[in-house]
Design a protein around this ligand. Structure first.
Ligand code: SF4
Length: 286
């Protein structure tokens, strides 16, 4: 059977999706008052790393964390978001300009009422950390502690994330942390499609401003909105992906690790992948 017509149609569909993504992104920049920027292609070094990672994945064994978790993770997946959040290249700011750019973005978000999550919000949780971090963590959304303090990952999950960061030989102040949605979903439920679609462009802009080398997606919701693709978490883990010119690595959300500590060893494998890409070594235990 000849599938060429389907392939051609698919290519055209992809072009339309990319064009739509570009138009939406340019409108978003214009709304932020940004009109001057340049485009940087995906770096050759990242392309090579992605190729190496893809080829390693072909011969990789299935993760022992796999099948049992997949059903759990799948159950938590939000409705599929539009694929218009992902662009193949990014705008790169000079490090000195990044703090002001983040402040400007925060000001643009303001006392946001763009989606229904604003109704139950105590404090909007924008992001935290080094505006020029090499490593960025992306979670799902604020919980009760974060909503009270206005800072991401400060509850029990945050303590675990801090421990994960320390195990990598880093301090929390050295990384940048943000969520897909900036306001707490009621009862800590998964953000709904309209909420993610409305808020996630702010996250994408944060990634563009910080320009990290590696983004670690914490859990299903984060990777779904970072990539615009819905797959089981374990289908993402163990290999490099890309988002806005950064290497994307996927692991479990700390809240999930608190519920199932047996998965911590697999999360550590994921973090070691990030460490390899950043040239980091775990600190010696004394
Ligand atoms: S979640 Fe995001 S889009 Fe929704 S109200 Fe909060 S800041 Fe605005």
């Amino acid at each position: 059977m000849n599938d060429a017509p389907d392939s051609a149609a698919s290519a055209t569909e992809n072009e339309i999706i990319w064009q739509d993504a570009l138009i939406r992104r340019l409108r978003f920049y214009r709304d932020l008052g940004i009109t001057d920027f340049y485009r940087r292609e995906t770096p050759a070094e990242l392309q090579a790393a992605l190729a190496r990672s893809a080829s390693a994945a072909v011969s990789a064994q299935p993760s022992p964390a796999g099948a049992a978790n997949t059903a759990v993770q799948e159950a938590a997946i939000s409705p599929k978001p539009p694929t218009t959040l992902f662009t193949p290249s990014r705008v790169v700011l000079e490090p000195a300009a990044r703090p002001a750019a983040l402040e400007q973005l925060r000001a643009e978000i303001g006392d946001c009422t763009r989606c229904k999550l604003h109704a139950g919000r105590n404090k909007l949780v924008f992001g935290d950390g080094n505006p020029s971090a090499r490593l960025m963590f992306v979670g799902e959304g604020p919980g009760a502690d974060e909503d009270a303090q206005g800072i991401p990952f400060v509850g029990r999950g945050g303590q675990l994330l801090n421990n994960m960061i320390s195990a990598m030989g880093l301090r929390r102040e050295e990384v940048y942390i943000a969520n897909v949605v900036k306001c707490r979903p009621p009862g800590n439920r998964t953000p709904e499609a309209d909420e993610g679609a409305t808020c996630s462009p702010f996250l994408m802009r944060q990634i563009e401003i910080v320009s990290p080398e590696v983004v670690v997606a914490l859990g299903q919701t984060a990777v779904t909105w970072l990539t615009g693709q819905k797959r089981p978490l374990n289908a993402w883990r163990g290999t490099l992906h890309s988002v806005l010119g950064a290497k994307l690595i996927v692991t479990f959300h700390p809240a999930y690790l608190l519920r199932d500590p047996n998965q911590k060893k697999f999360a550590w494998e994921d973090l070691q992948l990030a460490m390899r890409e950043l040239g980091l070594r775990a600190p010696q235990r004394g």
